[in-house]
Design a protein around this ligand. Structure first.
Ligand SMILES: [Zn+2]
Length: 299
């Protein structure tokens, strides 16, 4: 489960990423890897919508089954209702499909790190992933082991998926090695670093819809309609929450849950923004530069 806290700490030269016309990312693939149903909506929903608009094909991978966070005492019903919420989340943001890895909620640190990493490597090769979104594997202040373990498995899989001797049976089955060259580590807790701010102004309604998809848990979802019902029981009404239940839920999110994205945007001259610690492709080495500058054709 995500909690809304502060954005992190800017580190070095912060890059502001704005919308790029002409679908420059056509042909590229991104995977957003979350531990829980409400992570992507809060941490990267606007940016994923932007990158899909710029041509990316996107896949959602979820590591846990969310069994601890839901509206009923039943663990089974909690898993099911979160699973349905994630299907809605994927649809409203434009993900092509969802992979539920199904590890037990709050217990990911008890799972085999090697199995989790191997499953990520398989998916990165299968989907030929260029870009990932996930937790900062070394982020400060993280209380939830599901978050840390998810980030660490993704980080290791990003380079290992490119090797040609790890899991040779993948190649026998027709998969190809694939190096993931871009990583966006979202800011989940106070004090975590960011070096990139993404303009999500044009996609703020998709972010609102993504937060609202989480009816089962978290600070999003059904808060608006629940507040309206609680006020009605006291003989009160908030006109801002009028309309259908979904209208009330989304109005509540616009009123009370976008403050930090607005504040971050304001600091960088934008309407709304999300922040990431971005790790791009490694710069070319001195040797490659030397060869480029000095190599001559064979006689
Ligand atoms: Zn979470």
């Amino acid at each position: 489960m995500a909690t809304i806290e502060h954005h992190g700490v800017p580190e070095g030269q912060v890059v502001v990423e704005r919308f790029a016309e002409g679908q420059p990312h056509r042909g590229k693939v991104l995977a957003a890897v979350q531990a829980h149903a409400d992570d992507i909506p809060f941490f990267c929903g606007g940016t994923v919508a932007k990158l899909i608009a710029e041509g990316y094909e996107a896949y959602l991978i979820q590591t846990t089954n969310d069994e601890k966070c839901g509206p009923t005492p039943s663990i089974g019903e909690t898993v099911l209702s979160n699973e349905r919420d994630v299907e809605t989340l994927a649809r409203v943001l434009g993900f092509k499909s969802v992979f539920n890895l199904g590890y037990r909620n709050h217990r990911l640190d008890g799972a085999s790190p090697e199995e989790l990493r191997a499953r990520m490597i398989f998916l990165f090769r299968l989907l030929q992933v260029d870009t990932v979104f996930t937790f900062n594997p070394w982020g400060h202040g993280e209380e939830n082991p599901d978050h840390t373990i998810t980030g660490q498995a993704v980080e290791a899989a990003c380079w290992m998926a490119a090797m040609d001797k790890d899991y040779p049976e993948h190649f026998a089955a027709g998969l190809k090695p694939k190096r993931v060259t871009q990583r966006y580590y979202w800011v989940a807790r106070e004090g975590q670093p960011f070096n990139r701010v993404v303009d999500i102004g044009p996609w703020i309604e998709q972010k609102v819809a993504a937060i609202s998809a989480n009816k089962s848990q978290g600070p999003g979802g059904s808060q608006g309609s629940r507040l309206r019902a609680a006020l009605a029981a006291r003989g009160l009404r908030l006109p801002a929450l009028d309309g259908s239940e979904e209208d009330a839920d989304r109005a509540y999110i616009r009123l009370f849950q976008l403050d930090e994205y607005r504040a971050l945007g304001e600091a960088y001259g934008l309407e709304y923004a999300e922040a990431f610690y971005y790790v791009g492709d490694r710069p070319s080495t001195r040797i490659e530069e030397y060869i480029r500058a000095h190599a001559v054709p064979l006689e």
